[in-house]
Design a protein around this ligand. Structure first.
Ligand code: HEM
Ligand SMILES: *[C@@H]1O[C@H](CO)[C@@H](O)[C@H](O)[C@H]1NC(C)=O
Ligand SMILES: *[C@@H]1O[C@H](CO)[C@@H](O)[C@H](O)[C@H]1NC(C)=O
Length: 516
């Protein structure tokens, strides 16, 4: 009797459960369809390229040279067009200065559909926060980028760059081109660890090096996830081998950051250590974060601290890596500009052997070339928002609250109305005389408005010091058999790496440059 009763109720239960799953499934599909309808209706006034019912434009976007595809769409559809990543996720893709201004001069929140991928690793740091908490954090962190803090980092950049250049000295002898991206990446992560944690003055420990490896892994896994449609759903992803590896790497990164924070906190309570900190050559970001207080003396919680440190590590290394690598590629393509930058650097250096803070302001031609390479190869090619209130555009069209926006920085920088002959590398566009007439939202490598890049001064300083040292040690030329294939993956990369020929410069008076 009992077993029949049990099996009866079990079969009832399973029937009931499958019914529930079906209903939930229907509700989910219904809400997705509703969302698709709403997003599509809001973009009724914006014609665009043909849309596949399931993939949207994802197939075109995943193809080689998708960035130039978007540029060709931008020519066809002035100002903006809808861009569908699959059936339910539709953005208005914009690439015109006035359109960019209408959205990015306001502080609308980031589009959760994109930025939620970052949460597991970098948590709710400055990049993904919004509203009052973002404002509070931004205010607390801004002093960390004051020039008094940035000044001593010049020596850090010089040291890390020299380690890379010594490595290149050996590789360059082999009479063949090699991929510079990877080495630049190591160098950028190295500087960032030194500036964030104050590590490295006494050498990296085993624990530090494995953190370093973890950060590279995480970046790769995250790129792979964004590229793979089937990995977008959290539940599906966490059950795949890649997803589990990602979770383990997140845990390892968090353990490391927590450990460094706790150690520093304990040290701060120790009087002797406190004096040591004051005598140390430079404050690092962690010192600033730990000391940050707002008017009501509220400090950042441990979770907030970790999120901000992880955000810096994520935002600060791949971006500069991309920037430096593509800049050197531009120099290889345009030897006359390369030579002019080199001569400027030689003149500034004179007979000294290391760059200092005051030199950075004198690198005017190099700075123009860096900006021109940012224009053609923006390290962050696309950023996303979700409108918190309606927006009206210059041509009378508008979008309601809730709409998703993709600012296509790459296409904006090749908008021929804003940039005559956009494909031509011409640093003079950024001469002081020419800069005054430019639309303030025509050039946005660091985004614009209140949510712009907080690290841009840091990044520019690193770019200048590192690239100037590169040009002093080597002559760069392209490898015509391995032309880079541009690929947007969070940052602008090359599918086949950036292969360059390097020729060591051995002028008679050659000495190791930039040594301390
Ligand atoms: C060439 C180098 C860099 C480029 C091109 C770059 C570009 C950008 C862009 C486009 C944004 C806006 C992102 C968005 O709206 O989703 C951004 C935000 C941000 N960047 Fe950078 N970045 C660079 C270097 C750095 C460095 C070195 C750091 C830190 C040390 C940093 C920290 C941040 C942070 C914290 C944010 C979020 C700011 C906020 O929302 O308030 N960046 N960056
Ligand atoms: C370097 O390679 C080029 C062509 O690949 C060749 O002509 C040249 O002889 C090589 N030089 C040396 C030193 O091996
Ligand atoms: C301004 O830009 C144009 C086009 O790039 C260039 O020909 C001209 O020389 C620039 N002017 C100055 C003063 O650099």
């Amino acid at each position: 009797m009992a077993p029949t009763f049990l099996s009866l109720s079990l079969s009832h239960l399973s029937l009931w459960a499958s019914g529930m799953i079906l209903i939930i499934g229907f509700l989910k599909i219904f809400s997705l369809l509703l969302r698709r309808h709403k997003l599509a209706k809001a973009m009724d006034n914006f014609p665009g390229p043909p849309t596949h019912w399931l993939f949207g434009h994802a197939l075109e976007i995943q193809q080689k040279e998708s960035l130039d595809k978007v540029v060709s769409w931008a020519h066809q559809f002035p100002y903006a067009h809808p861009l569908w990543m699959g059936p339910f996720l539709g953005f208005l893709n914009i690439y015109e200065p006035d359109y960019a201004k209408a959205v990015y001069s306001r502080g609308d929140p980031k589009a959760a559909d994109v930025y939620d991928f970052f949460l597991q690793w970098i948590g709710k740091g400055l990049l993904v926060l919004d509203g009052a908490k973002w404002f509070q954090h931004r205010k607390l962190l801004t002093p960390g980028f004051h020039y008094d803090v940035l000044k001593p980092y010049v020596a850090v950049f010089v040291n890390s760059a020299n380690v890379m250049l010594d490595k290149w000295e050996k590789k360059a002898c082999e009479n063949k081109s090699f991929d510079i991206f990877c080495d630049v990446g190591h160098m950028a992560l190295d500087t960032l660890m030194k500036c964030t944690f104050g590590k490295g003055d006494s050498g990296l420990s085993h624990r530090d090096s494995s953190y370093y490896q973890t950060v590279s892994d995480l970046t790769l896994l995250m790129q792979q996830r964004i590229d793979s449609f089937q990995y977008h759903n959290d539940f599906i992803y966490w059950f795949t081998p890649h997803g589990r590896r990602f979770l383990r790497a997140c845990q390892a990164a968090h353990d490391y950051t927590d450990h460094v924070i706790q150690k520093r906190k304990a040290a701060l309570q120790d009087k002797e250590e406190q004096e040591k900190t004051q005598n140390r050559r430079h404050l690092d970001f962690l010192d600033i974060l730990l000391g940050a207080k707002d008017e009501s003396a509220t400090k950042l919680s441990d979770a907030d601290l970790r999120a901000e440190v992880d955000t810096f590590m994520f935002e600060g290394h791949d971006t500069t890596t991309s920037g430096i690598s593509w800049f050197l590629y531009c120099m290889a393509l345009y030897p006359e500009h390369q030579q002019r930058c080199r001569e400027e650097a030689q003149e500034i250096l004179g007979d000294r052997d290391s760059f200092q803070w005051d030199d950075l302001g004198k690198m005017t031609y190099l700075t123009m070339c860096i900006k021109e390479s940012f224009r053609l190869y923006p390290p962050v090619p696309q950023v996303y928002r979700q409108l918190s209130k309606p927006v009206n555009f210059v041509d009378g069209r508008s979008l309601p609250a809730g709409s998703l926006i993709s600012l296509h920085i790459y296409a904006l920088h090749r908008n021929s109305a804003a940039w005559p002959d956009p494909e031509v590398f011409d640093p003079l566009r950024f001469s002081p005389e020419n800069a005054t007439g430019r639309h303030p939202f025509a050039f946005l490598p660091f985004s614009g408005g209140p949510r712009n890049c907080i690290g841009q001064q840091f990044a520019m300083n690193e770019m200048k010091v590192v690239t100037a040292l590169c040009l002093l040690r080597f002559e760069f030329s392209p490898d015509p058999s391995r032309v880079p294939i541009k690929m947007p993956q969070l940052v602008l990369r090359s599918k086949n790496g950036i292969h360059l020929h390097l020729k060591p410069l051995s002028s008679g008076s050659q000495k190791p440059l930039g040594r301390e």
